[in-house]
Design a protein around this ligand. Structure first.
Ligand code: NAG
Length: 379
């Protein structure tokens, strides 16, 4: 995709040169790193937009810059330490950026990933969908890393009230059904389970997750993804037979795209079992819902660590191939909405307020946006 999109280079140059009032800058997603070269040719600035968090990108960029070495190139579990980054995060090799690892292994096309990362670092500035109160120490680190202050946090960027239902293609009828189902329950007693738009669980994972939910006795709303192209028929995404009957009354299973932001903001929600995609993380934080984490890949491991540091995340499993232990899972699910939930919920509410304040009038994200406009207005 990255290579293919570079094909837009010449058409954009033509469009720009013939435009009566051409753009003053390019703000583009980090996967469009080639737009930095484009901006150079057009003599304007390019700013990166990062849909990932600051800690996550700090680890990725630091990997590319420092090229950490392994003692044993066959040991996927060898721990790599990032001692320059605050709190000295460390990760086993297999959790590092897949693009970075493919470069180290000399895979084809991977030179492109390195060039892409360097183009992003060399861009004029970077804008994060995050907020200062969430990742302040990492924001400061990244400014030092880059050697300039043109790093802004403008998040959390969330859909408006009106957009909440249709977002991603869920429908009004489903949204109403879900709402009235949740309405029957007391505050903070339901666990929402969803692993985002990409992950499809294997049948073994489905089975253990279902068993965990069954044993835990919790109320839950499980939105799951059915297998798509590329999944071996019969091996993925199957709800164990009889499961729906056994949990009827306390478990709702949704096969379509669920209106996640609306679900998370329902007062009945007590916890969210998530793969820790950054949008899910921000949506849960904004709604004040603590998380049970099962990071599966890319930046999700770093995101899960951040949630532990912030004391709103409890790890239940990790890795996209890992099959959870159903007893342990049941214990953590029960505890997430059990007697001890108060501390985590209180903590999540503090972050939720900080999220609201940051995007409110004169909040940190609000002011960052003003500062970006100032920056863009400079000759
Ligand atoms: C449940 O939550 C709602 C919305 O936050 C709140 O208005 C209400 O007072 C809560 N009910 C109880 C019994 O705590």
């Amino acid at each position: 995709m990255i290579a293919a999109l570079v094909g837009l280079y010449d058409p954009i140059v033509n469009w720009f040169r013939n435009h009566p009032s051409p753009p003053v800058a390019i703000i583009s997603d980090m996967f469009f790193s080639w737009t930095n070269r484009l901006a150079g040719e057009l003599k304007i600035s390019r700013y990166v937009f990062s849909p990932s968090g600051i800690l996550a990108l700090s680890v990725v960029w630091t990997s590319w810059r420092d090229m950490p070495k392994r003692n044993d190139p066959k040991d996927e579990n060898e721990v790599i330490k990032f001692s320059n980054i605050p709190n000295c995060p460390s990760y086993p090799w297999w959790k590092l950026s897949p693009l970075f690892r493919s470069y180290v292994q000399g895979k084809s096309q991977s030179e492109l990933f390195r060039a892409s990362s360097l183009e992003n670092v060399a861009s004029r500035g970077i804008i994060f969908n995050s907020f200062t109160e969430l990742e302040k120490i990492y924001l400061d680190y990244l400014k030092k890393f880059l050697g300039h202050d043109r790093v802004w946090t403008v998040g959390p960027l969330l859909p408006s009230e009106e957009e909440r239902v249709e977002r991603g293609g869920s429908n009004e009828i489903l949204a109403k059904e879900i709402k009235s189902w949740l309405d029957q329950f007391e505050n903070q007693t339901v666990v929402y389970v969803c692993f985002g738009s990409q992950a499809v669980l294997t049948n073994k994972q489905m089975e253990m997750l279902a068993l965990g939910l069954e044993k835990s006795g919790v109320r839950f709303l499980w939105s799951y993804k059915e297998p798509t192209k590329g999944h071996t028929v019969g091996e993925y995404g199957m709800i164990p037979s009889g499961f729906e009957d056994r949990v009827s009354g306390r478990g709702l299973i949704v096969k379509e795209w669920a209106p996640q932001v609306a679900i998370l903001s329902h007062p009945a929600l007590g916890a969210f079992l998530t793969h820790c995609g950054w949008n899910s993380v921000l949506e849960s934080i904004a709604a004040g819902v603590p998380m049970l984490t099962w990071p599966m890949g890319v930046d999700q491991f770093t995101n899960a660590n951040l949630l532990e540091e912030l004391r709103v995340g409890t790890k239940v499993c990790e890795g996209e191939k890992t099959v959870p232990d159903s007893d342990e899972l049941a214990r953590l699910l029960a505890s997430s909405v059990g007697d001890a939930k108060g501390v985590r919920i209180a903590r999540a509410k503090v972050l939720s307020k900080a999220a609201r304040d940051s995007t409110g009038n004169d909040g940190s994200s609000y002011r960052a946006l003003d500062s970006i406009v100032d920056q863009l207005s400079k000759p």
